[in-house]
Design a protein around this ligand. Structure first.
Ligand code: NAD
Length: 490
């Protein structure tokens, strides 16, 4: 394994930096090809992580299966205690965890800290849900019988997570699974393994037993197939692209596994003529440029009423142009690098396409002068309807502004996408707030707010954006199976 002469991580607790899969309570030596990890802000190597062969992944699932009965049988309070301990440890080590994240993912340190706290909140929330996963007694259908409804752990779960929120997506899946009494095998994104392995280290310290939470690394398609083929895996929870989600959904059919899919988005952001335009500009900046736009709920398409479009666009362009782009470790940085060269080329390609077709660049529009993987925060006005930007998830610091005439047209434009994750609009008209919120075909609607994520609120999409909800009291449901017990002879 490669060692690094000058440790770029420089952690207060160096033991958080792990380079091996976490299997059955142990750091396991890899038997697959190692994966190299780089800092997207500098291109510098962060070293390698060891990976597992498909056979070793199957052994990991076997370990999760062996650990299941004892974990499921543990009183809910005891499972909750360990989740609370995990939550506390994550917060205690927030500075180190944020630093790991910024180094491997690129987001500004303040955003990384925010993500660590956001992720930890799911551990605490689902510790609370663990002790409230009540069953029911059905009003009896016959004098001598009773019907009980039990809510039981579904069994061994598999989880696959993306690189854009390398820590929070893991806790958001693992905490409800463990709360429900399930065991879990996680495959994090190859680009950001260190955040995942640090969470495993803390899970171990939180006395989450061997085999209950496992982290595997390796070839994604092979691991996906191993998850789908193993009879013990009763559920797959995936966050990532719609393309991969479709493939995994088809594979899950093999064993009729339950699925939770959090997939891509193509969020609209509507500014009505009665909106507070300044608040809308600030909202659009937050909902677009956080994490350099590499967010599933990031705004792709802004629609501004024709009476405010010019004013809104001018202010948005000025704010976007003033954003400080740079290395996430620099405390002044507001927009970090893109994750890799392919992501940068894709954003540049979308800009070229819209320019060629007659769209007007009003801010940014090219790779940043810093070079590397930095791209200028970009605003495009008047994107023609045949531009690729309308159909694809952008996943970069690029947004379009298009004028509209009335509410009906705004809703038609906003809903004209196969995706249905997040949507936003700004208005001060109460009636309109209800009409438009009800008319948007999206799993989440922000009315005068640019954020739609919290541990206490359901998160998820409709249409090609996914199946199921994470967070809130509904988030544990996907990890529970209903069992009906009929008792006779009473
Ligand atoms: P991706 O689908 O390429 O990868 C996501 C994960 O799937 C990674 O761990 C990857 O290794 C794995 N993977 C890829 N191919 C696989 C296969 N054949 N079998 C098994 N695993 C496979 O997506 P990405 O580019 O890493 O992430 C960005 C996407 O994630 C965007 O579309 C974004 O909208 C979406 N996302 C959605 C949410 C949400 O909650 N809806 C949250 C964050 C990101």
């Amino acid at each position: 394994m490669t060692t690094i002469a000058n440790d770029p991580f420089a952690l207060q607790d160096p033991a958080l930096l792990r380079r091996q899969p976490y299997v059955d309570g142990r750091w396991r030596s890899g038997d697959g090809a190692p994966i190299a990890v780089a800092n997207p802000a500098t291109g510098a190597s962060l070293g390698e992580v060891e990976t597992l062969s498909p056979a070793a992944v199957i052994e990991t699932i076997d370990a999760a299966e062996r650990a299941l009965p004892a974990w499921k049988a543990l009183p809910a309070r005891e499972r909750a205690n360990r989740l609370e301990r995990w939550h506390d440890l994550i917060l205690q080590h927030a500075d180190d965890l944020a630093r790991i994240m910024t180094l491997e993912q690129g987001k500004p340190l303040a955003e990384a800290r925010g993500e660590i706290a956001y992720g930890a909140s799911f551990a605490k929330w689902f510790a609370g849900e663990a002790v409230r996963a009540y069953g029911e007694i059905v009003p009896t259908p016959a004098r001598d019988r009773r019907v009980l409804v039990l809510r039981e752990a579904v069994g061994v779960c598999a989880a696959i997570t993306p690189w854009n929120f390398p820590s929070a997506m893991i806790v958001r899946k693992t905490a409800p699974a463990l709360a429900a009494g399930c065991t879990i095998v996680l495959k994090p994104a190859e680009t950001t393994p260190f955040s995942a392995l640090a969470l495993a280290e803390l899970a171990q310290r939180a006395a989450i037993p061997a085999g209950v939470f496992n982290v595997v690394l390796g070839d994604p398609p092979a691991i996906g197939k191993a998850f789908a083929a193993h009879p013990a895996v009763r559920k797959l929870s995936f966050t990532g692209s719609t393309r991969t989600g479709r493939l995994l959904l088809a594979q899950a059919a093999e064993q009729v596994q339950k699925v939770t899919l959090e997939l891509g988005g193509n969020a609209p952001f509507i500014v009505f003529d009665d909106a507070d335009v300044d608040a809308a500009v600030e909202g659009a900046i937050a909902a677009k440029f956080r994490n350099a736009g590499q967010v599933c709920v990031a705004v792709n398409r802004i629609f501004a009423h024709e009476s405010v479009a010019a004013r809104f666009t001018e202010r948005l362009a000025a704010r976007a142009a003033a954003l400080k782009v740079g290395n996430g470790l620099d405390p002044d940085t507001q927009v970090g690098p893109l994750i890799n060269r392919a992501a940068l080329d894709r954003v540049a390609g979308l800009v070229d396409d819209v320019k060629t077709r007659g769209g007007k660049i009003v801010a940014g529009g090219k790779p940043h002068k810093l070079g590397g993987l930095f791209f200028e925060p970009t605003v495009v006005a008047g994107a023609p309807t045949d531009a690729c930007i309308w159909r694809e998830e952008i996943f970069g610091p690029l947004v379009t502004v298009t004028p509209f005439r009335d509410e009906t047209e705004a809703l038609r434009l906003a809903n004209a996408t196969e995706y249905g994750l997040a949507s936003y609009f700004y208005t001060r008209d109460l009636g309109r707030a209800f009409r438009v919120a009800e008319g948007l075909q999206f799993g989440m609607v922000g009315v005068n707010v640019p954020f739609v994520s919290s541990e206490c609120a359901p998160f998820g999409g409709v249409k090609a954006s996914g199946i199921g909800r994470e967070g809130s009291r509904h988030g544990i449901e996907d990890y529970l199976e209903i069992k009906t017990v009929w008792v006779g002879g009473i």
